[in-house]
Write a protein of this length. Sequence first.
Length: 291
Amino acid sequence: MLRRTFPQRLAFTILSIVTLSLMIPLLGGLAPGTSALGAAAFAAQSEASRKALRVLFIGNSYTYLNNLPEILEKIAASESEGPAIETEGSLSGGKTLQWHWEQGKALEAIRRGGWDFVVLQELSTLGYGTPKGESPRIHDPATYFKFATLFDEEIRKTGARTVLYATWARDGYPEQQRRLDDAFVQFARKVKAGVVPAGLAWTVTRLEAPSIRLYAPDRSHPTAAGTYLNALLFYQCLTGRAPNHAPAVITGTAWNKHQEVTLVNLTLSDALTLNQIAQRVVAQEPLRPVQ
């Protein structure tokens, strides 16, 4: 297995930050604290500021581990002036968008309607097939594009907005982030979908706050801190507002279970650092929106 030296990994990481910044115009170039995706949704709330945004998540364990949807709901509940958020998930471990399309339950959920946003999360390598013992590799995005397009067409029929969950590369392979985000950006531009730039935020966090552990021991899935960062990104992208009162400790239930657990338990310092990074990644890049 090829392993890169620290200087090589750092160089690839810095390159990722530069190239992944192409993603930010899909979110906006608006004033700090807003995003193009969320601003449109939040404007529609008018004076009924607590009317709930309804969000359907379609994906796998990158979404349900640590219960990202519930953490997002709790962050929204902590903000007195923003909209509430209600979530539902069609989630199954290790599954692709192709599997979700062919299995049918995600499509049924979309067609029920009533959603403001539908989040599409593809398998983290854009497909199956890394042989045991070999380095993970990013697959040709053609299949991802095919089934994301099919889902997007159904989402649009209901009046909802497609959102891409732009996930992160495996730990130790930062050069792969560029290939992942090239695929996300290409598809988002094609269908005018929104993007939640988790991969970019993880890259920035690992450079600026390396003491905050985002990866679980498997070097793939998120820790609670990683999920918290992702939830902060989702909140800002979907509502167009910065989460100014997000709690550092959040209790709730594990996905599809009824037992109360601590989903997030961060120091105030780490929570603030992640919030600041999320806000800067989403809202403060000096780039113009895609025309």
